[in-house]
Write a protein that binds this ligand. Structure first.
Ligand code: WT7
Length: 710
């Protein structure tokens, strides 16, 4: 007896559905739609079976994209249950497609199912053709790329799995990975997945402080890193950062160090030479059989308050969502070379460098360099040389390259490109047109994709839509299958109809959604499910235009988006105010700054806001008040910048530091950020009501000082 699908709504909307009768250990489907009745570990022999036209074949009652979308919303379990069986290899079939409760923030997908993500990403493609290329490692110096086949990735992954096991890593243990994109980083992620460990990749641009706080929050047992990184012709001291961080991390029992440059670097008693350890281990490792809802990974992201939160994703739902969106949004098929230039330290790298493309058996790019190294033609030269079919990049990079001029693009043959994707922040119309015309020659499908670390995969994007459907510049437009957006007003009411602006929420659970914040489920509930009861609150504002399309207006909370990186203003404020709590470690910044431990803290208070910035999307604007006796000079300013780099990362460094005698506060002592945002944005004629301020004269002074900074 299968309680899985309730046929009523399907019948109501006139859609024929596939009826599965599930018995433990076997599956038979009484469908009329050509799904091969297979063994119960049903493994689609050809993952291309998920283009839009194939989807129509899977759901034969649906002849259009709109009908498929309706089905995905009205018949959620039917939709996802069918695709989960088609697209993934299971060790045990699931009993229930979903068991979700928005009020409790409890989400379970494919309940009772068992599988292994690494088997889905590697083994099944290697079985078919071990010589197919899985990874192209595009190293910093152009023309030195290395290819790794599915067969080689299989062996590498298994060897790393065995190394982890021999260092005591067991199911559920956390492993921190502090590495730029490279085959060993991917193999390490997959190795964790293979043995059921939980990876936490930390962007290799984060400082030792930031790394340590993430390792400690996760209580990671092992850290995997490399001696040095190479980016834009510069060396990055990965190992040194890890050693500094791990001094404050009692949970770490081993540091696995891979060789990237081979230069001598600082050592630690916890070091294990990863390249050597790998050679001692077997290239076979039995995959752990994991439950759908076991943890796959955690990834830290900034929120409006406090420290970054460890967003948790689980096995089956995440993989299904990443792989389906990857094939549908980008029209990516077997044989394609998919080029996502994001770092693996962000969710884009997880879903669209590693898990989505590998689950789909395509060749995926690992881009180690920058958009402008050795010159602003780097992306385009790489596309030509590697014959990349889909390019996925950030608006910041597109805006930057646009400024360098078309000649850097026109030199190269970009005819391999079919889809151009954009992600991370709103893409302005000018940049969109340039991407479409100069890069895509108006022959590519350009997709602005909206999503978040928390959503696991793309949620709003022009595609999938019927081929030839209109695509408008500068907005992600259409919800993905299973995604039901809602716009909510100030009083928490849902704004129905079109031409409405408000808080962007999602009304229905989807398989790729975050399951919790690691170790902080109540914070998870408060952040995402309490603001609007019964909805997932994204933190973003959006417009639903008169044509029904969605456009993102930006964050509604104290999170800002700097060069496509998410940054909590509270984190910067804490770095500025708490700088005296640092250990006396060497502060080695470009400014040659050194702050001894016993130096008095000079900052009394700080308030950080974002302001519109044409290059970076948003810039970081820090208002700072100093304690008595500390001079407001350029030395203080450069020390403050150094401290932010030291405590967070280079991208978080304030663009503007305005030292002022006091901040605008209400009578109850609350800083009025609204005013600070307006001043930073130069909107000083329109400051709104300032009568509730304890001292309204503060504002005039703020504005005057702001003007002198320009
Ligand atoms: C925030 C999520 C999703 C991968 C990269 C960022 C902003 C993301 C878009 C877009 C407008 C966008 C939102 C969102 N954002 N994509 N296409 N248009 N804004 O992931 O670090 O979790 O940041 O990035 O504000 O909430 P993230």
């Amino acid at each position: 007896q299968s309680p899985m699908f309730d046929p009523r709504p399907a019948a109501l909307i006139g859609i024929r559905y596939i009826h599965f009768t599930i018995q433990r250990g076997q599956q038979s489907d009484t469908n009329q739609v050509g799904l091969k009745p297979g063994p119960f570990t049903m493994d689609s022999p050809d993952v291309r079976k998920c283009s839009l036209s194939e989807l129509r074949h899977v759901f034969p009652g649906c002849s259009s994209h709109e009908e498929l979308y309706k089905l995905s919303i009205n018949e959620t379990d039917l939709f996802w249950g069918t695709l989960a069986r088609l697209r993934l290899r299971w060790n045990r079939d699931f009993e229930r497609v979903s068991d979700c409760n928005m009020e409790k923030g409890s989400f379970r997908w494919f309940v009772g199912g068992q599988l292994n993500v690494s088997v889905n990403c590697v083994d099944r493609h290697k079985e078919k053709d071990p010589s197919r290329v899985a990874l192209i490692w595009e190293k910093d110096e152009p023309g030195q790329e290395e290819r790794v086949t599915y067969g080689e990735l299989y062996t590498l992954m298994n060897r790393v799995s065995n190394v982890l096991k021999s260092h005591g890593v067991r199911k559920g243990d956390r492993v921190a990975i502090y590495m730029p994109p490279c085959p060993l980083a991917v193999a390490s992620m997959l190795a964790c997945a293979r043995i059921g460990a939980v990876h936490s990749v930390v962007f290799a641009g984060f400082s030792a402080e930031a790394l340590a706080s993430r390792i400690n929050d996760a209580e990671a047992k092992v850290v995997i890193t490399a001696d040095q990184g190479v980016r834009g012709g510069k060396l990055i001291e990965l190992k040194k950062t890890v050693v500094t961080a791990v001094e404050k991390c009692p949970s770490v029992q081993a540091i696995l160090v891979a060789k990237r440059t081979g230069n001598p670097v600082i050592s630690s008693p916890l070091d294990i030479d990863l390249d050597e350890a790998i050679l001692k281990e077997s290239g076979e490792c039995e995959p752990a059989v994991l439950d759908s809802e076991d943890l796959l990974f955690m990834l830290y992201t900034s929120g409006s308050t406090g420290n970054p939160k460890g967003i948790v994703h689980s096995q089956a739902g995440y993989l299904l969502y990443a792989s389906l969106t990857h094939s549908l949004v980008f029209d990516c098929k077997e044989g394609d070379i998919f080029g996502c230039v994001a770092d693996i330290g962000w969710i884009t790298g997880h879903s669209y460098v590693v898990y989505g493309p590998l689950a789909n058996g395509v060749t995926t790019l690992l881009f180690e360099s920058t958009p402008t190294y050795p010159n602003p033609g780097r992306y385009w030269e790489t596309v030509q040389r590697l014959k990349i079919n889909q390019l996925y990049a950030a608006p910041t990079a597109i805006r930057l390259l646009l400024k360098y001029g078309d000649e850097h693009v026109e030199k190269y043959d970009l005819s391999s490109l079919r889809t151009l994707g954009s992600v991370g922040e709103p893409i302005n119309v000018e940049a969109w047109h340039w991407y479409n015309k100069v890069v895509g020659k108006e022959k590519c499908v350009v997709v602005d994709t909206w999503w978040q670390t928390e959503t696991g995969g793309i949620c709003i994007s022009p595609t999938p839509s019927a081929p030839g459907s209109e695509i408008l510049p500068g907005m992600p437009m259409r919800p993905m299958y299973g995604i039901w957006p809602a716009i909510l007003g100030e009083k928490g009411e849902e704004l129905k109809g079109n031409d409405v602006t408000g808080a962007l929420c999602l009304k229905k659970p989807w398989p790729g959604m975050a399951r919790t914040i690691y170790g902080a489920h109540s914070r998870f509930l408060e952040t995402y499910y309490r603001p609007f009861n019964g909805f997932y609150f994204t933190g973003d504002g959006a417009v639903r235009h008169s044509n029904g399309y969605y456009q993102i207006t930006g964050r509604m909370d104290d999170v800002i988006n700097v060069t496509g990186h998410r940054l909590g203003t509270a984190e910067v404020e804490n770095a500025l105010v708490l700088w005296h709590m640092l250990n006396p470690i060497e502060i080695n910044t470009d400014d040659q700054l050194f702050v001894p431990q016993d130096q008095h803290p000079s900052v009394a208070e700080s308030a950080v806001v974002g302001y519109p910035c044409s290059d970076k999307g948003e810039g970081v604007y820090a208002y700072v008040t100093l304690k008595d006796g500390f001079p407001a000079d350029t030395k203080t300013e450069s020390e403050l910048r150094g401290i932010v780099r030291l405590k967070i990362a280079a991208y978080a460094i304030p663009d503007v530091i305005q030292i002022c005698p006091s901040l605008p506060k209400t009578r109850s002592g609350k800083i009025m950020r609204r005013i600070l945002r307006k001043v930073a944005a130069d909107e000083t004629d329109n400051l709104g009501d300032i009568s509730t301020l304890a001292d309204p004269t503060v504002v005039e002074d703020l504005v005057t000082r702001h003007r002198t900074l320009k």
